[in-house]
Design a protein around this ligand. Structure first.
Ligand code: GDP
Length: 537
């Protein structure tokens, strides 16, 4: 393959995450995007799949009980010769770690906002992560068919919360019962709203804004008000600047109603026209024990990628897991020999799949930006870098120091082996953080959200037949430990034997019972580094 082919394949890829507060309409919008790109034929199938997942997998019972989405998923669609990879994110805050990791695998984000509620708590947290990474954000203001807030007020709020200017791309005429449609600022035409989920995007009537008399006659007062507020919005926002958007410094805003198929096409077009193709990634790998920085370009011919999610197969009778790899460069072709950089071992997947909206299919070929799933029986962890040979280590996949801890007590001591296997695998998946105290004794589980414990307890029983009791622990925090020299590390570990534990990646952690612990330990050992975040194994 020639260099220009790699570049062309990279250029036509878009990989984005869809983020929102629960109930804003993320699932509905996802489904409509798939529908209008032709990836699925029947509306309702994304929702149906959500439902069938509940039916077929035992451990998803928790998800059903609580009406939340535990697992995030990947869907691919083709539109206008572009390969669009959509990554869903779990909405519940207790699984925010998963979401953060998904956000490391994308080049842009689509933010869905409920026009009645504005920017809600969970969206706010996601925005923070996008901001840290300068991820470009496209904004969709949903549910305009309902009685919602004034568009100017919403724009104001989004701007404040995002800390960046909004640039309206469409503008609503009325809302709720009087919702007349949206004016498209680019095409200078109004698309007329009609309720219903049967209509295809091209079936909506459009009227050029130049036919003002017609519009005034049909929409009267609503149209006039919309014209005025649009004027104000345009006056208050900067000119559209594509570079500024790509740098995460302004967001294009679209209005619509997902459930009515309305305003969705504009978003799909924006994903092709505005959203970025895969961007270079940075590797920090060791050469002769020195950390070397290298920029890996997506059009580099050599395969590289990073595992941003590991998920147990839904079928409890099989122990295999899927490692989701975001490709950073090169091409994947079946039969390729790949290496896990952390261990230096060859990766031997039982199958390699791609995620075509509803189905999983064997991969023919994949390029930078694509997500491929390696089905394995182990040997792959979250954060692993996989290449076709080159020594690389991508950073940036975050593990947050847990704030909640429990100890695990097995009810039936004869199931120790199952428990250990279960904890090792769930730890590798990132479902929970598992700490093995240096001095022995029961394992410690660390989480960012309480629900993670419940999921793990449930899964240990359902998948590993290990019935456990979780007991609260004295610990309230942890810091990962590094030192500049082995001698410094030794004097530290000698001083705190009771407080040390290793996590699933064998990284050393210091457990604390109060924030003062870390301060005191730091004063005693100024040369030890205490990290609240671990980026890779
Ligand atoms: P998610 O939790 O963000 O995935 O939200 P869903 O897509 O499941 O939608 C939550 C609820 O809002 C569902 O009952 C949808 O039918 C409804 N909904 C989604 N989009 C719209 C919309 O544009 N207008 C109205 N009125 N309801 C909507």
């Amino acid at each position: 393959m020639s260099a220009s082919t790699y570049a062309a394949e990279t250029r036509r890829r878009r990989t984005f995450a869809i983020i929102s507060h629960p109930d804003a309409g993320k699932t509905t919008l996802t489904e409509k995007l798939l529908l209008f790109s032709g990836a699925i034929q029947i509306a309702g199938s994304v929702k149906a799949r959500k439902a069938s997942r509940h039916a077929t997998s035992d451990w998803m019972e928790i998800e059903k009980q609580r009406g939340i989405s535990v697992a995030s998923s990947v869907m691919q669609m083709l539109y206008r010769e572009h390969v669009i990879n959509l990554l869903d994110t779990p909405g519940h805050k207790d699984f925010s770690e998963d979401t953060y990791r998904v956000l490391t695998a994308v080049d842009s984000a689509l933010m869905v906002i409920d026009a009645a509620n504005g920017v809600e708590a969970q969206t706010r947290r996601l925005i923070e992560v996008c901001r840290q990474r300068d991820t470009p954000i496209i904004t969709f203001v949903n549910k305009m068919d309902r009685e919602v807030r004034e568009p100017l007020e919403l724009l104001d709020e989004i701007e404040r919360e995002l800390g960046m200017p909004c640039v309206p791309m469409t503008w609503p005429v009325g809302q709720g019962k009087t919702f007349g449609g949206i004016m498209n600022l680019r095409t200078q035409a109004m698309t007329v709203f009609e309720a219903g989920s049967e209509r295809l995007p091209q079936d909506f009537e459009t009227i050029p804004l130049s036919q003002r008399d017609t519009l005034m006659k049909r929409f009267g007062h609503e149209f006039e008000t919309a014209e005025q507020s649009m004027e104000l919005a345009i006056g208050a926002s900067p000119e559209w600047d594509h570079e500024a958007f790509l740098a995460g410094k302004q967001t294009p805003v679209f209005f619509g109603s997902g459930v009515n198929n309305f305003g969705v096409m504009e978003v799909l077009e924006a994903l092709v026209d505005l959203a970025p193709s895969p961007r270079p990634r940075t590797s920090h790998h060791a050469v002769n024990r020195q950390s070397v920085e290298k920029t890996v370009n997506p059009e580099d011919p050599n395969f590289s990628g990073v595992v941003f999610k590991v998920q147990a197969n839904m079928d409890p009778s099989h122990r295999d897991r899927i490692a989701f790899v975001r490709m950073a460069s090169g091409k994947y072709a079946p039969g390729m020999k790949l290496k896990v950089q952390r261990t230096g071992k060859e990766l031997r997947p039982t199958s390699v799949v791609t995620f075509l909206s509803q189905r999983r299919e064997a991969v023919d070929e994949a390029f930078a930006g694509d997500i491929i799933g390696f089905t394995t029986h182990g040997g792959v962890q979250l954060g692993d870098t996989i290449t076709d040979g080159a020594s690389l280590q991508f950073t940036g996949l975050p593990f947050f120091a847990p704030e909640l801890f429990t100890t695990v007590i097995l009810r039936n001591p004869l199931r120790t082996k199952q428990l250990q296997q279960g904890l090792a695998q769930l730890g590798e998946e990132g479902a929970i953080q598992v700490f093995r105290p240096q001095v022995g004794g029961p394992m410690l589980l660390g989480a960012v959200g309480q629900l993670q414990f419940e999921v793990v307890q449930h899964r240990l029983k359902a998948e590993y037949d290990a019935d456990v009791r979780l007991e609260s622990s004295q610990y309230t925090g942890a810091r990962w430990i590094t030192a500049d020299t082995p001698a410094e590390l030794k004097s530290f570990t000698d001083a705190y034997p009771q407080r040390l534990a290793h996590d699933a990646a064998e990284s050393l952690a210091f457990l604390c019972t109060s924030p003062y612990d870390v301060r005191l330990a730091q004063e005693r050992f100024p040369k030890i580094h205490f990290h609240p975040l671990r980026e890779h194994a």
